[in-house]
Design a protein around this ligand. Structure first.
Ligand code: GAR
Length: 196
């Protein structure tokens, strides 16, 4: 079992997909901790319902990113967490975590990166009148959704399609793709440590 922490800021539907996949034996991971920068978000409720430990903080209570990241890092070390999985964590990861977890922080984003990074990737694709968009899983670096791409899945945008419909189909793709790619990464790591 690979020990992981999942980072959320909102609804946590991707966290739920990861919890479900782990429970069903489809993902060889133990979710040791759910971290959130939004105390009270529904993702934390999902974690608590699943009996997973949580760490929530309000960034405004800290002078600098490094201060709360040190707290997170301390807890991750105690729990022997190996991978950080961002699932709708809407905050840039800073140098404290990036330096301690090189190529061990993974993110999912609702577009075919490098297109439409940052906030509201789905809305950006619709506003651009795009005929396709998708989902990207990538390693995290210091930029906004810029790290090396691991996997992508295309989602066609139907003519005249509304936001709700597209959002639903993108989320469905995310919930399928993310646990599958995480499984590949964790299995590879076991067979060929350090290969990626
Ligand atoms: C997901 O669509 C995820 O790809 C996106 O936030 C949503 C979170 O949904 N992440 C980003 O935009 C990162 N830049 P969820 O809380 O229901 O998993």
């Amino acid at each position: 079992m690979t020990k992981i922490a999942v980072f959320v800021s909102g609804n946590g539907s991707n966290l739920q997909a990861i919890i479900d996949a782990a429970r069903q034996g489809e993902l060889p991971a133990a979710i040791e901790l759910v971290v959130s920068d939004r105390p009270g978000c529904y993702g934390l409720t999902r974690a608590q319902s699943a009996g997973i430990a949580t760490l929530a903080f309000n960034p405004k209570d800290f002078k600098a990113k490094g201060h709360y990241e040190e707290l997170i890092a301390k807890r991750l070390k105690e729990l022997e967490v190996k991978y950080l999985v961002l699932a709708g964590y809407m905050r840039l990861v800073g140098s404290v975590l990036l330096e301690r977890y090189p190529r061990r922080i993974i993110n999912i984003h609702p577009s075919l990166l490098p297109l439409y990074p940052g906030k509201d990737g789905i809305g950006q694709a619709l506003a651009a009148g795009a005929s396709e968009t998708g989902v990207t899983v990538h390693y995290v670096d210091e930029g906004i959704d810029t790290g090396p791409i691991i996997a992508q899945e295309r989602v066609v945008i139907f003519p005249g399609e509304g936001r709700d419909s597209l959002e639903q189909r993108i989320h469905a793709a995310e919930h399928r793709l993310y646990p599958m790619i995480l499984r590949q990464i964790f299995q590879e790591e076991k067979t060929w440590p350090g290969v990626r």
